[in-house]
Ligand binder design. Structure first.
Ligand SMILES: [Zn+2]
Length: 63
């Protein structure tokens, strides 16, 4: 099953590393928001977006 709407897709770097799944409905947060389980292939991984707050100050400029 492939998502058709861009609004339901995560960023490419946050996609499943095994099957490339990007549908947000297929990527389930586990372990208190630190890891994601891909419902399509059962891979569990830590997406870049799970970085601790303040880990990348250039990512969100506050001006
Ligand atoms: Zn997958």
């Amino acid at each position: 099953m492939i998502c058709q709407r861009n609004d339901d897709l995560v960023d490419p770097e946050d996609a499943c590393p095994t099957c490339g799944q990007r549908c947000i409905d297929r990527l389930i947060w586990i372990d208190d928001g630190e890891q994601v389980r891909c419902a399509a292939c059962s891979t569990i991984y830590t997406p870049p977006m799970a970085r601790p707050e303040g880990g990348d100050p250039d990512a969100a400029p506050t001006q």
